[in-house]
Ligand binder design. Structure first.
Ligand code: SF4
Length: 383
């Protein structure tokens, strides 16, 4: 929050209350992976306490018609991003000089805005895959609304994010159709906590409940999106299995984990050693991109960048940690615990994602997938 008060945090709680009170609307909510690892802190629980089931129960009690999971859309993001990565990599290895490497992740809107302003010459380097928040919105408005037999305008999509930049992302004009946004309202973890308290819900006494289907089914890979290194680990799980056509010998790529601001790791894929970079915090991202621009260091094949230190677990919409990075670390550990306990841990094995492609999208990178799940970036350096 701006110390001089010149910048004011936007609070959209009231819009949520109005949508829930509107009898003409069907209101669905999606919750990002990092939210479940931090929401409990607002109710006096230790950092890193997972409250997934209580959070779902609270949202249902508040009156949401469907409680879904952004982790589902994180799995979808991996289907598209890993396909795009393998396509670029294969063309690059075949000698295609037009291919831009390394591929950069694109699910953090603050990072997207940063490179649009600061590195406009690299606009075609990041993956064109939309973020999970926006993929969810596109699927909800174009697939789920049809399943319910209602027009997209009747469906209100609310997202609960660890992030304040997601409010801006939801408002980008390219993420709407005829003025109707794919995500109508984006609120932070803190706003959700206030709404639960305002609704007089006794959060601590709630029995755990599960997400609705189909947009609530997720894998462990979707869960770890919420921490630094998690997006690229999820992508590697799928890309390696697809490239080698063999089941992974180990699912945990621990070499990609950690809290060092700028780090690198190598992952063996058949005869090839993939060189992977990870940066969190925009200062670290700048450092890495500058090195790429100047051709310094060994070539990377893929890089994950997240704007917040620690990734989304340390996001600006989470309960304040007042600079205590141990809290961020505990939230990250909680996500790895949830991942380890999931029966399915690779995005491409999510049965509801498989069904979504069969019923609606065709295959990754299909025309429909391109239209709904991919985006483009804008040069903003002279804006
Ligand atoms: Fe938002 Fe921070 Fe996560 Fe980026 S890293 S999506 S700015 S919470």
């Amino acid at each position: 929050v701006c110390p001089t008060g010149a910048l004011v945090e936007r609070d959209y709680s009231w819009q949520v209350i109005e949508a829930l009170a509107d009898p003409d609307k069907v209101v669905v909510v999606q919750t990002a992976p990092a939210v479940r690892a931090a929401l409990g802190e607002e109710f006096g629980l230790e950092p890193g306490t997972l409250v997934t089931g209580k959070m779902v129960a609270a949202l249902r009690q508040m009156g949401f018609d469907y409680v879904f999971d952004t982790d589902f859309a994180a799995d979808l993001t991996i289907m598209e991003e890993a396909s795009e990565f393998l396509d670029r990599l294969n063309r690059f290895l075949a000698g295609d000089k037009d291919v831009r490497m390394p591929i950069l992740t694109s699910c953090c809107p603050a990072w997207v805005k940063f490179f649009e302003h600061q590195f406009p010459e690299l606009l075609d380097v990041p993956s064109s895959a939309k973020s999970p928040q926006q993929m969810f919105g596109a699927v909800a408005k174009n697939f789920f609304a049809k399943k319910l037999g209602i027009p997209r305008e009747k469906l209100v999509v609310v997202s609960v994010m660890p992030c304040l930049a997601k409010k801006y992302e939801a408002s980008r004009p390219e993420f709407s159709e005829n003025g109707n946004p794919d995500v109508d309202i984006s609120i932070s973890t803190r706003e959700l906590a206030h709404l639960i308290k305002r609704s007089n819900i006794d959060f601590m006494s709630l029995e755990d409940q599960d997400f609705d289907r189909p947009l609530g089914e997720s894998t462990g890979a979707g869960v770890i999106f919420g921490t630094t290194g998690g997006v690229i680990e999820a992508a590697v799980r799928t890309a390696v299995e697809w490239a080698t056509k063999k089941p992974l010998e180990k699912i945990d790529f621990t070499e990609l984990r950690g809290m060092q601001g700028c780090r690198e790791a190598w992952v063996q894929v058949g005869d090839l050693k993939l060189h992977i970079g990870i940066a969190h915090g925009l200062g670290n991202a700048r450092h890495l991109l500058q090195a790429i621009k100047e051709g310094r260091g060994e070539m990377f094949h893929a890089i994950e960048i997240m704007a917040c230190p620690g990734g989304c677990v340390g996001g600006g919409g989470q309960p304040y940690h007042h600079g205590n990075f141990d809290i961020v670390r505990k939230r990250a550990e909680a996500l790895y615990r949830e991942d380890a306990g999931k029966p399915i841990r690779k995005s491409h094995e999510n049965p509801e994602i498989i069904k979504l492609y069969e019923e609606f999208l065709g295959k990754p990178m299909s025309e429909t997938a391109h239209h709904l799940l991919h985006t483009h970036y804008f040069k903003r350096s002279d804006v």
